[in-house]
Design a binder for this molecule. Structure first.
Ligand code: UDP
Length: 465
């Protein structure tokens, strides 16, 4: 964006947004940037060359709109941190041994940002940073500006092994403590959820933190047209998107199950075969997203997958997408009646917005908690039966593999047209409506977003006035 000047001369509040460089964090923060800018704010969005390249069409769309968003590309300190060149996003790390250097690179980004503040980037009125960027708080303190933390909500209590996060291991204790301290020091917290989805959690979180807590989601609902949902997160080749669309258009309403495990989780060949055989046994039509890293060329996995794809295409049963899928486009197609998900928070919200019930298959981090919310609290999901957590790029672990019978059973229940399935569908659709209402003019999230902008504006005016 051209014409951004120092915050002292810009009447509108200027926000710097710093996402964690991971798809599940970047994508909602881009939506947040759009929503803030649509609400009258000026936004500088921090990114890096590789990450920016992945969403270039989206950036171009924004640049030709009237939204005051500037994408600031900082050099990712791969070399300093000992990372292979180009590893600028968690989903690009070839091995979990690079997790630590990746996280250690993040504060170095902070150093670069600090050097540019007041020069190429005007001093902001507020920084909204992902909770993992503990260093962002100290920049804000030095400049005496507001810092808001962007986080997922805390939810229900459950067994320790399933809620243990990577930051809880001894390797990460320092980072974890820094993140908690930064969250504690933040002036407020913006959350990608909506009040009507989990009102008791939002209330408890407000009480527990004693801070301003603004649920402003589901952020994905900023994207209403297919043009923007199709290019979220990563560009999908137009031909692929059209082929997908045509295939879905030819299917009956709610007859297709969509299977995708987000941007980070990776399934070994032993798990892929169980999924494939389970789907076949369930007899359902499907779209299944498989990552390039799961079916590397020349491997046993690739051979098996090619045969499976051919058979499924011949039987007109399903299609396999290799790589990145336009998830929001698929979920909102009327032919899709169920979503088998790893329970990443964005995926859950996107399913809720589309009114699609879920078969829950958590892998790691907060996903087991999210499963409980979906299945036990909201009543819009069926648990596949995963019990052992598996980390994003873990070595194959036999005890974690979920058998084909479980996959089959979950798909059959999910797509069931009897009373149980209908009730789940009714509830899912009800939450979808509540989600859309929350983001409409006058809805709770819309009001909260205005609240954030006003809070920052009032403080800006007080200081300058
Ligand atoms: N996503 C997508 N296509 C894919 C994989 C993921 O569009 O093939 C998007 C998905 O819609 C969601 C995000 O990437 O917005 C994944 O975030 P989530 O919190 O669900 O999971 P994570 O990737 O963080 O585990």
């Amino acid at each position: 964006m051209n014409g951004l000047t120092n915050n002292t001369t810009t009447p509108n509040p200027h926000f710097i947004l710093i996402p964690l460089m991971a798809q599940g964090h970047m994508i909602p923060m881009v939506d947040m940037a759009c929503l803030l800018a649509a609400g009258g704010a000026v936004v500088s969005f921090i990114t890096t060359p590789v990450n920016a390249a992945r969403i270039r069409p989206f950036i171009s769309r924004i640049q030709t709109s009237s939204l005051a968003i500037r994408f600031v590309e900082l050099r990712f300190p791969s070399a300093e941190a000992g990372l292979p060149l180009g590893c600028e996003n968690l989903d690009l790390l070839p091995d979990s041994k690079f997790n630590k250097p990746f996280v250690e690179a993040l504060p170095l980004l902070g150093n670069q940002l600090e050097l540019q503040l007041g020069k190429q980037i005007p001093i902001p009125d507020c920084i909204i940073s992902d909770t993992k960027h503990a260093w962002a708080g100290s920049i804000a303190r030095k400049l005496l500006i507001l810092i808001l933390s962007s986080t997922d909500p805390r939810r229900i209590e459950m067994a320790k092994a399933q809620v243990e996060r990577w930051v809880d291991s001894p390797t990460w204790e320092k980072l974890r403590d820094e993140c908690y301290a930064a969250e504690e020091a933040a002036d407020g917290i913006v959350i990608n959820t909506f009040e009507e989805l989990e009102p008791w959690c939002v209330e408890m979180y407000r009480k527990a933190t004693g801070k301003k807590v603004w649920p402003i989601g589901p952020l994905s609902l900023y994207n209403r047209e297919i043009e923007s949902t199709a290019i979220r997160g990563n560009e999908v080749p137009a031909m692929e998107a059209e082929k997908l669309q045509r295939w879905l258009d030819e299917r009956e309403k709610r007859s297709v199950v969509f299977i995708s495990f987000g941007s980070l989780a990776r399934n070994p060949i032993s798990q892929l075969t169980e999924i494939g055989c389970g789907l076949k046994a369930a007899g359902a039509r499907f779209i299944w997203v498989v990552k390039e890293a799961e079916v590397k060329s020349g491997t046993e996995a690739e051979k098996w997958m090619e045969e499976f794809e051919d058979r499924s295409a011949k039987d007109k049963k399903g299609i396999v997408i290799r790589g990145w899928a336009p998830q929001m486009v698929v979920l909102s197609h009327p032919a899709v009646g169920g979503f088998m998900t790893h329970c990443g928070w964005n995926s859950i919200l996107e399913a809720i917005c589309a009114g699609v019930p879920m078969a829950t298959w958590p892998h790691f981090a907060d996903q087991f908690l999210n499963e409980r919310l979906v299945v036990d609290v909201l009543g819009i999901g069926v648990a596949v039966g995963a019990v052992v957590p598996v980390k994003p790029a873990d070595e194959e672990r036999k005890e974690a593999v979920v058998g084909r019978e479980k996959v089959e059973k979950a798909v059959v229940r999910l797509m069931d047209e009897g009373q149980e399935g209908e009730e789940r569908r009714r509830r899912a659709s009800e939450f979808g409506e509540k989600a859309r209402n929350a983001m409409e003019e006058g809805g709770s999230s819309c009001q909260n977003l205005k609240g954030v902008i006003k809070y920052v504006s009032d403080r800006k005016n007080k200081i300058s006035g």
